[in-house]
Design a protein around this ligand. Structure first.
Ligand code: GSH
Length: 235
């Protein structure tokens, strides 16, 4: 069976890492049986130094959610995106970039840079760590994440600018979703795993942020998350 190696769940979500939650949601959407290996320490041994990754049933390790989805789609003939037109695929790819390459870093900012967010993140991610690790690992991890955020570029903006940039992304998603049940229309496709994971992490993590307030002001986004949760995480 496929092993999904991911961070331990936190924040009352299937996963506080949008990428881990994306892949777990996608596996459920694809109907592929898997075992979740919830072990944050495995990030140290991960093929690309990030979680999640999978160990396929033949022992192959594949890292990076998009590459994992491509690999599993090929290997198991997953039909989720088969009916998309080339134009729809283009739109789905553009939205994926919005979530993963831009909005992600704004979410990271609310959790790792913002003082209140950091207090919560530190407790949720490192609270169980034994002393003396708990004295210095969170601080080193935070320093690393803030450096990545600055390297990516979003971390160089003022906090109000970061929030405004992220809110424009959320508006774009809400406008495109409109009153459709799923992002690409009547049927769920892979981009819904991405959108659900990121939106639920904004709306349902226990952090009151400008991003969350902006999303809450667009009720179709919360209804969309509730629809995805009922469909793929019921029971
Ligand atoms: N492009 C990767 C991104 C994965 C990713 O950024 N994972 C983060 C958690 S959300 C991580 O493992 N960070 C640990 C680190 O950077 O040290 C994917 O799609 O899997």
């Amino acid at each position: 069976m496929i092993q999904l190696v991911q961070f331990a769940p936190a924040f009352g979500l299937p996963n506080a890492s949008p990428f881990c939650m994306k892949l777990e949601t996608w596996l459920r959407m694809a109907g592929l049986p898997y075992i979740a290996v919830n072990d944050s320490m495995r990030v140290m041994k991960a093929p690309k130094g990030k979680l999640p990754y999978i160990v396929d049933d033949d022992g192959t390790q594949v890292a990076d959610t998009t590459l994992v989805i491509e690999h599993l789609t090929r290997r198991h003939g997953v039909p989720l995106d088969a009916a998309l037109t080339p134009a729809e695929r283009g739109i789905a790819t553009a939205f994926q970039r919005l979530f993963e390459e831009n909005l992600y870093w704004a979410v990271i900012h609310t959790r790792w840079a913002d003082a209140a967010g950091w207090a919560l993140t530190q407790q949720a991610f490192f609270g169980d760590m034994p002393v003396p690790l708990r004295w210095f690992v969170p601080m080193l991890a935070r320093r690393g994440v803030l450096a990545q955020m600055r390297g990516q570029g979003l971390g160089r903006h003022r906090v109000e600018e970061i929030h405004a940039i992220a809110c424009r992304d959320l508006t774009a998603v809400a406008d495109f979703l409109g009153d459709k049940p799923f992002l690409m229309g009547e049927a769920p496709t892979s981009i819904d795993a991405v959108a659900y994971a990121f939106l639920a992490n904004i709306l349902w993590a226990p952090l009151d942020t400008p991003l969350r307030r902006h999303a809450q002001a667009r009720p179709t986004l919360e209804a969309y998350c509730a629809r995805m949760k009922a469909r793929y995480y019921a029971g």
